[in-house]
Write a protein that binds this ligand. Structure first.
Ligand code: HEM
Ligand code: HEM
Length: 245
């Protein structure tokens, strides 16, 4: 589809990811790197702390998916099989993709898979005991030794799954960049996307700064205090789990 078909106005900027989602994403990436490093370099004390951080991040993302900014909400980006198939057909067809103001129909389900495998990793870690029985997750004493060992095995196996899912995730992002000429990474850094096309039926920007109608007010991002409150609740829940385990 050519830009003219969509009434596209190249150069317009549209808001995609709010600060909480961007912070969530890059803190998660850094946290996972630390979790891998500490696990493979036998620093389980730090591994546990980073693991609690991962749990707090994931809890926050679940909350944000319900009461966060428009683009972050599960109800907005989880779509049925017809929408997923439509997106796959667009991916296979030559030329650019229709403009999305957040996750596309396929990417939305990829988010669910990523969140689930990460939650499973934290969940098994909480019950796991290490190979010599010296260190254990805060909930391991609540289950039998064999269940704690099973949790450890699942924790190891699931990490391979995480590596596979993350590899697919990064390859998908590169596919959009190289084949579809769609830079998804920049919005995950700056929050904004520069349009080459406008979504079907949408008006072009009316102001001189080249922003969409409604400008910054119309971006669907909720106030940051709400994210702060939810982050504090998530951290409080994790602290409660660790203290009262
Ligand atoms: C440990 C590695 C990674 C994990 C666990 C991870 C996880 C995630 C998750 C959960 C989301 C969904 C965001 C949300 O709605 O909350 C996401 C989106 C995204 N990630 Fe990652 N990510 C990783 C690495 C990367 C890397 C290395 C890049 C850059 C090359 C990247 C680029 C993106 C982009 C561009 C999106 C938005 C996709 C879209 O526009 O739909 N990620 N990632
Ligand atoms: C997303 C979060 C997490 C990731 C990616 C992760 C990753 C890993 C990896 C890769 C290993 C295995 C290292 C090896 O092959 O020897 C490991 C071991 C372990 N992790 Fe985690 N972990 C996470 C969260 C947690 C949490 C929350 C806890 C508990 C509070 C935990 C407790 C443990 C324990 C007890 C081991 C066993 C060490 C051993 O086998 O000797 N992990 N983790």
């Amino acid at each position: 589809m050519m830009p003219a078909d969509q009434g596209g106005l190249p150069g317009a900027r549209i808001p995609i990811w709010d600060l909480p989602i961007r912070l969530f994403h890059w803190l998660l990436v850094a946290d996972l790197a630390g979790l891998w490093w500490t696990a493979t370099h036998d620093d389980l004390a730090l591994h546990f702390k980073l693991g609690y951080g991962a749990l707090a991040l994931l809890l926050f993302r679940l909350f944000w998916g319900v009461v966060g900014s428009d683009q972050a909400r599960f109800a907005r980006f989880l779509k049925g099989p017809a929408a997923v198939l439509r997106h796959v057909r667009h991916m296979a067809a030559p030329g650019p993709l229709p403009v999305e103001r957040g996750h596309n129909a396929l990417g939305g389900w990829a988010v669910v898979v990523l969140l689930l495998v990460l939650l499973a990793q934290v969940g098994t870690g909480l019950f796991a005991v290490d190979d010599d029985g010296m260190e254990e997750g805060p909930l391991a004493h609540r289950v039998s030794g064999s269940v704690a060992k099973l949790a450890r095995r699942l924790h190891h196996m699931n990490f391979s799954l995480i590596q596979g899912v993350v590899a697919i995730h990064v390859v998908a992002v590169l596919f959009y960049l190289v084949v579809k000429r769609e830079n998804l990474v920049l919005p995950m850094v700056t929050g904004w996307k520069r349009l080459t096309l406008l979504p079907d039926g949408e008006q072009g920007p009316k102001d001189a700064r080249g922003e969409t109608p409604g400008g910054r007010e119309g971006h669907g991002w909720v106030p940051l205090w709400r994210a702060g409150l939810l982050a504090a609740i998530a951290a409080g829940l994790v602290a409660g789990l660790v203290v009262f385990a």
